[in-house]
Ligand binder design. Structure first.
Ligand code: ZN
Length: 450
């Protein structure tokens, strides 16, 4: 992922403290005497850590709880009642489960988009610190309990008032932004159209400018977003967001499925990014985003896994394949969104979206040491004629062997070092049954379970 997109065989990467100190042919390195730790990456790819630009940490615990259902039912009958019954411990366990899955599938940095207060922000931030991951936590800001033109449909447990939301973002920012050697950042998570008044969006934009931080928001995920913006404001979604001042380099819009050409122009001009979430868009039948067209218009398009009930996994390697195949079948053109392009989306484009392109997204001297090793000597990765193609089309997160973030080894030989896998899996299972009971949500599998 350097400027020339070099694929270097028999490479050595040296890390000093939290940064990359050398990248080059192994034969050019005379072994330094004071190497503290040497990792043999024989038979593996050394890649920049993957960057997931649209994650719901609090949805890992409700994986598989809202499948094969319409979007309104998905939200109203399952996702919101469950999330509206979360307590801080559910939030923490869900975040840990999600981060464990991300680490084990090669994601080193992520943007969490909507943390409601009841999930327990501090507990989640503490878990993030402990996990060793690089993460941006966005605190929800909302003004209205609506979703598009569906008024007052939100679960009571999810409703927060705008003043408290804005105050909490500032408090979390003061306590956590740039904590853990800069691994943690705090952003504004604006609720989607219908969930905030125009004035509140402007307040969010001003707040972010004042703190020098970012904003993320779902935009144009469903067709109704476009109709709502047109009916309510006489504008396209991005034109409206631009009017209220909420489009800029510090903004990541999730999905952008139904954005128009006019919208792409606005995003490109202002430097806002799109977090494309193909699996979620397919599973919820939201539509197919115009990825190559947006890119041609100059929009930075990154990749996201979205959530436990919409994807239903947080595996960026699988997501790369889905992203590529979806565009090919949409345009009936096998040339579009090739393996190299989706690898860029999952790494350097993600770094640009998060405003961290000087720090992460590639393996280059001076950048942070966020590096993954991916096994290639597997039946599904042979023969290794084109390693980029094999990674995107043949591999999965299970092939990730070792994960280094900020110069620290957080997983080695598929064993997580920072998070206690056995404890997290046990707690997730226990908390999930309690949560379903408390929320009164019944999941009835279509086939009899004996
Ligand atoms: Zn989402």
């Amino acid at each position: 992922m350097d400027e020339h997109r070099r694929v270097i065989k028999d490479v050595t990467v040296l890390i000093q403290d939290d940064r990359i100190a050398y990248v080059g042919k192994a034969t050019d390195v005379t072994k330094a005497a004071n190497v503290e730790l040497e990792i043999d990456a024989e038979g593996m790819l050394i890649l920049p850590g993957l960057i997931d630009t649209h994650v719901h940490l609090a949805q890992a615990l409700i994986r598989g709880c809202a499948d094969d259902t319409s979007l309104v039912d998905w939200l109203q009958k399952f996702v919101w009642p469950l999330q509206g019954n979360f307590d801080g411990e559910d939030g923490r366990v869900s975040a840990e489960l999600c981060m464990l899955e991300m680490i084990k599938s090669g994601t080193t940095a992520f943007l969490e988009s909507l943390l409601h207060s009841r999930y327990g922000f501090d507990g989640i931030a503490e878990s993030l610190e402990k996990s060793g991951m690089r993460g941006i936590l966005s605190k929800t800001v909302m003004g209205l309990p609506s979703y598009g033109s569906e008024e007052s449909i939100m679960h009571p447990g999810m409703i927060e008032d705008p003043e408290t939301c804005l105050r909490e973002v500032e408090n979390h920012f003061k306590r956590w932004n740039r904590a853990a050697n800069g691994r943690i950042r705090v952003w504004y998570g604006a609720r989607s159209l219908g969930g905030c008044t125009p004035e509140l969006y402007t307040q969010i934009a001003h707040g972010a400018a004042r703190l020098g931080t970012g904003i993320t928001m779902h935009l144009g995920e469903v067709q109704e977003d476009v109709r709502f913006a047109q009916r309510q404001f006489g504008k396209t979604p991005a034109e409206f967001m631009d009017e209220v001042g909420l489009v800029g380099r510090n903004v990541v819009f999730a999905h952008g499925v139904w954005l128009t050409e006019e919208d792409w122009q606005v995003l490109a001009k202002k430097g806002a990014s799109i977090a494309h979430c193909p699996s979620s868009n397919m599973k919820l039948a939201s539509g197919t985003a115009s990825v190559p067209e947006m890119m041609r218009a100059g929009v930075n398009v990154a990749l996201g896994c979205d959530g436990g009930p919409s994807n239903n996994c947080y595996d960026m390697i699988r997501e790369m394949k889905t992203a590529s195949l979806l565009q090919k079948v949409r345009l009936l053109d096998p040339l579009v969104t090739d393996a190299e392009t989706v690898l860029e989306m999952a790494t350097i484009n993600g770094a640009i979206a998060l405003g961290l392109q000087k720090e992460i997204g590639s393996i280059e001297v001076g950048k942070k040491a966020d590096i993954i090793l991916v096994r290639t000597r597997e039946p599904h990765s042979m023969p290794a004629v084109n390693v980029v193609s094999n990674l995107v089309y043949s591999a999965s997160g299970e092939d990730v062997d070792t994960v280094i973030i900020d110069g620290e080894v957080v997983m080695e030989n598929r064993v997580a070092r920072t998070l206690d896998e056995a404890r997290i899996l046990r707690e997730a299972s226990e908390r999930s049954s309690k949560l379903l009971k408390r929320a009164g949500v019944e999941i009835s599998p279509k086939w009899p379970v004996e």
